[in-house]
Ligand binder design. Sequence first.
Ligand SMILES: O=C(O)CCC(=O)C(=O)O
Ligand SMILES: [Fe+2]
Length: 332
Amino acid sequence: MIPEEPDYLPMKVANALLADGPALQARMAEDGYLFFRDLLPTRVLHALREEVTGILSDIGWIRGGPERLAAESQVLPCREGEPRYFEALDRIQCLERFHALAHEPALLQLMTLLLGEGAFPHPLGVMRLVFPDNPEVTTPPHQDYRNNQGTPRLTAAWIPLADCPRHCGPLAILPGSHRSGVLPLSFHLGPGNRQAVLPESLMHTAWVTEDFRAGDVLLFPALTVHRALPNQHPTRMRLSVDFRYQPAGEPLTEQCLRPHFARQSWEDIYRGWESTRLQYYWQERDYSLVPWDESLHALPADHWDQALREDMIYERTRQRRFRSRNRPDHED
Ligand SMILES: O=C(O)CCC(=O)C(=O)O
Ligand SMILES: [Fe+2]
């Protein structure tokens, strides 16, 4: 079922706090997010988008030629984790520019102010390839803590690779939700297959979002509830990345040191790289390894029936929508 969309308020812009560590920390502690305009150079994002859209047009997902950067989808939408998704993701995962973006000086400086000297990104970086017309699998409300574990001070940076106004499906935040502890889980078809069950106290809090522009960055810690808006653009995919940073000396789980979905080794990924500077950098960093706690990630057993049912409905609905959209008489 596609849930109704809540109303969204604008985010607070944190650029005025940029050089002030204590002020950044205080705002993060208060609101559970920090939103910055124009933090990253657009040429860096553009260069990565060129490479990602090159791969997507190569495998036929989007139109090639002069319109390639617009990432206009021309195939049946799919979702993270399906075999077809990995045709794209396995190749994108090897891009040096993708992993290098987590180490952009402006991001590292900001994370050092916020999390302290020695803060570092996990090598696990996530590329999101979000189709239009695929609302059932829009990222649901969730906290990252259950998926990553380790330190709750783990802080995500969400970065679109081009302008991402509201109708293109950017991220939204539930301000103050980081103070509600680790919330229960229920099944959802979207990325991670899990959503947070919100307590009554958060039901009436207003969500915040923005018309994101290329260069904007959103930060939030592992207990903040966040979600995506559905991508309602008629044709364009939403392409974004998210990286996670942690303070020096705190715990992390082994999976955060592997590539997303762990389908390749770092050796495979590094094969075509020009520089070795960012390879295996975390081995010199200060952290402790803690075991993965499956109970933090487990769904209630009876949710799997619902999962199967929703999956079947999704399969039929997306096919039907795609066929009707691509009828010769369809106008949009
Ligand atoms: O981009 C999305 O849809 C999800 C992003 C997300 O959940 C995150 O960055 O933690
Ligand atoms: Fe998340």
